[in-house]
Design a protein around this ligand. Structure first.
Ligand code: SAH
Ligand code: F3S
Length: 449
């Protein structure tokens, strides 16, 4: 029996696919990259924008046709579109055998067995308590482990479907997360990423209301093999001074925050139900930058939110110029059925204007990237090598998330290498290897940028 998983959307979905793959392999299924030869196809979907949802529907249409060649083929749809549409997917696509949710994906093999009995069904039971480090997994990377530490979101930004598809916030117990860190440590992993829609809300639901991401980072850093600890995504009002302090003093904590702002105009922020002002956000960036050496910040912005005037947009432009992001995801507003903004605010910014604002911001960000990257020219950086790029060169990342491209004769994936930067762009930095992990004196250089 062979299974094929296609994952759309965020890293949380990727992590959940890793667990589904692990569960299926434990039950004797075999992984395939080729849907044509699969007996079981799982689509793990994303609902954040309309485009992602349409991509899913296109994919279902394609995979359904494979049933003509293989009548034993079972097709399942999980993830956020499944949560949003539930039985509608079964009604619309007769080739889909079952739909399941964002908190019961670990039952995937039982679902398959049930589908083989010939029933088409949907199951959205909340099995949060069954999400533990004991679940088998098939990690996609051999050196970087992903760990979902907090599920759901309580923020209800008016444009966002996530609180509806991933439900309320629930944090996994610290001991269980540490067991998962131990698993990666014992398997020789170098990096881990703690994942959550609001990763810095972690632990607020344990009773005392205090976020505890700082404790997780501190505890995870005690594992010898783990050299870098990433965390994503942050919400501006949940970042505590304790967290900033832990990141600044802990050499293993990644010096990078993914801290979406969404808009620069207080008026739009309010309509989005983001719970801060432009000033608050910029002050927070100042605080982070003055406390954490070499820190980089990445962000998300939505352009063309209902009612966004030219003045509102110029506030966003001003914010982007002052924030000097290391990376910026820009999205055109896409109304999502079921959210507050889709219900109460007309999507009244024409596509043409949305696109113009998108391009305008992109160009500014490109220029900022280029200027910021100039600081790295002729410097030596320490990266962990990742997979090859399409051009055949290798890619690596610094602890502050700068992407570096370099040639390497040996496959040093997952290993530290020192690279001297000799060319820059608005995207990656380029350089040549000057020493490899085996030559490095780790006592001295292990953690520098
Ligand atoms: N807490 C998560 C949010 C997940 S949604 C995080 O910050 O990553 C990821 C991003 O998608 C958001 O930050 C937002 O910029 C974008 N997004 C969400 N809903 C959207 C919508 N309706 N239209 C356009 N972009 C949206
Ligand atoms: Fe979505 Fe806002 Fe939560 S963007 S995931 S509702 S913080």
């Amino acid at each position: 029996m062979k299974f094929f998983i296609r994952t759309f959307g965020c890293q949380m979905n990727v992590n959940e696919s890793e667990i589904m793959a692990g569960v299926l392999e434990k039950e004797g299924f075999e992984w395939t990259e080729n849907p044509q030869e699969a007996d079981f196809i799982i689509l793990n979907s994303c609902a954040v924008r309309e485009k992602a949802e349409h991509k899913l529907y296109g994919a279902i249409g394609y995979y359904e046709k494979l049933k003509k060649k293989n009548e034993n083929l079972v097709i399942a749809v999980g993830g956020c579109v499944a949560e949003k549409e539930r039985k509608n997917i079964l009604k619309r696509f007769h080739g889909v055998d079952f739909v399941f949710g964002t908190r019961n994906y670990m039952d995937i093999s039982e679902f398959y067995n049930k589908a083989k009995e010939g029933k088409r069904f949907s199951d959205f039971t909340d099995k949060f308590d069954n999400i533990t480090a004991e679940l088998p997994k098939h990690p996609y990377s051999k050196h970087h482990g992903w760990i979902n530490i907090i599920y759901g979101c309580n923020k209800y930004c008016t444009y966002c479907i996530v609180p509806y598809t991933r439900s309320f916030e629930k944090s996994r117990p610290i001991e269980d997360i540490m067991n998962e860190v131990k698993y990666y440590n014992d398997n020789g992993y170098r990096e881990i990423t703690f994942l959550g829609q609001n990763v810095d809300s972690y632990g607020k639901d344990f009773g005392d209301g205090k976020p505890k991401l700082n404790i997780l980072i501190r505890e995870a850093a005690k594992f010898e093999s783990i050299k870098r600890i990433w965390f994503l995504t942050s919400y501006p009002t949940d970042i505590t001074d304790d967290l900033i302090e832990e990141i600044s003093k802990n050499p293993k904590a990644a010096k990078n925050f993914h801290l979406p702002v969404q808009a620069g105009s207080d008026n739009i922020l309010k309509k989005m139900n983001r719970r801060y002002t432009k000033e608050f956000y910029l002050d927070l960036l100042d605080k982070i930058k003055s406390n954490v050496e070499n820190v980089t910040i990445s962000g998300d912005i939505i352009v063309g939110f209902p009612g966004e005037t030219d003045e509102d947009f110029m506030e966003t432009v001003d914010l982007v110029k002052r924030a000097r992001y290391e990376r910026l995801n820009i999205a055109e507003y896409s109304p999502r059925e079921g959210t507050i903004s889709a219900k109460y605010y007309e999507d009244n910014i024409p596509k043409r204007i949305k696109n113009k604002r998108f391009q305008y911001l992109m160009n500014i960000q490109k220029q900022i990237n280029h200027e910021e990257n100039e600081k790295y020219l002729d410097k030596t950086v320490l990266v962990i090598q990742e997979n090859k790029t399409k051009s055949g060169a290798y890619l690596g990342r610094t602890i502050n998330n700068k992407v570096v491209i370099f040639e390497s004769e040996e496959n040093l994936v997952g290993k530290f290498v020192k690279v001297k930067i000799n060319k820059i762009s608005a995207g990656p930095l380029y350089g040549e290897i000057i020493s490899k992990e085996t030559d490095l004196n780790f006592e001295k250089v292990e953690y520098y940028i």
